[in-house]
Ligand binder design. Sequence first.
Ligand code: GLA
Length: 388
Amino acid sequence: MKLPTMLSAAVLGIASLVIAAAAPQPPAASAPLALTPPMGWNSWNHFECKVSDAVVRAAADAMVASGMKDAGYAYVNIDDCWQGGRDSQGNIQPNERFPDMGALAAYVHSKGLKLGIYSSPGPKTCAGYEGSYGHEEQDAQTYARWGVDYLKYDWCSAAGDERAAYAKMHDALVRTGRPIVFSLCQYGWQRVWSWGASVGGNLWRTTGDITDNYDRMTLIGFSQNGLERFAGPGHWNDPDMLEIGNGGMKDDEYRTHMSLWCLLAAPLIAGNDLATMTPATLAILTNPEVIAVDQDPAGVQGHRVAEEGPLEVWMKPLADGSRAVGLFNRSSYEAPMVVRFEQLGIGERAEARDLWTRRDLGEFQSGFDANVPRHGVVFIRVRDSALR
Ligand code: GLA
């Protein structure tokens, strides 16, 4: 190496050392989170901005008392509208409805549950509250200090490079050293499923907002076909939170909602008032065999295997070699439906079990048929008899 080159290399070396010292520390590798789709509750679908410390405590109490916690629900998530302003040092403050966020987190943790919170990469959230723009590092540290375990980060008023904005908050969360599930919410723009995991997302919304309406719920749910190759342990497609129990759909329609979300390996974030739900709502939210489809350790998202007008068959391969199968009738009349085993990639003979009624249906040859109620589903688990 010639002398001037060596000198400039030395100067460059010193310069890069100086730069390295000034730059924020790279995030340390984090433990894997959300190995199965996250399960919990979120305040938005039912309470919108009428959320408070008392509402969140009541949700945590009900999650335990109702048996939802035992069924696998773990996160109690505050959505928009909790924020106040910032103090003179720029630290985010909760508003008057949340007198002590650290105490609320401790209460939720004392129930064996986890706390989630919400912010935006923009200056304002969707409901016009304080966002994290320019305060990402500081907000991540604040959340970690309070004891937050999950962050939904909602695009809304943000502008510019989405990937950079999400990566920035993810890196800040990792630097806190606290495991915090990172939920991207930008409504499925720019094929987020193809890059969400690369910016640290554990889940990403794939669509606009759900409403408590059969047409809207099915428009979202049945549009997910083709996204299955982007989901897997630690990184999930999120077709939005559940509306089960909010009153706008019939029970058959809510069973369609739950079955489809489980076939999609979607996050199961209940959005109803847990403190006042009916036994029928609870039964739909907590059927263990239905939830087992969603939480299957293989983490494969299901897809559509057959479609005939408003009749659709969806299938999710499970870790034990069996298949979860939903026969969905989107028409306004009861309809006979059939699925052939070759469409499921299994042999001539298979045993079927009804997941909603939790009954064995016996052995079938070459296919399975059933009458499916209007807007309803027959949800089964099928096991090739040769697997025994
Ligand atoms: C957006 C999100 C919703 C909810 C609201 C809150 O619409 O998609 O899930 O978080 O903002 O303002």
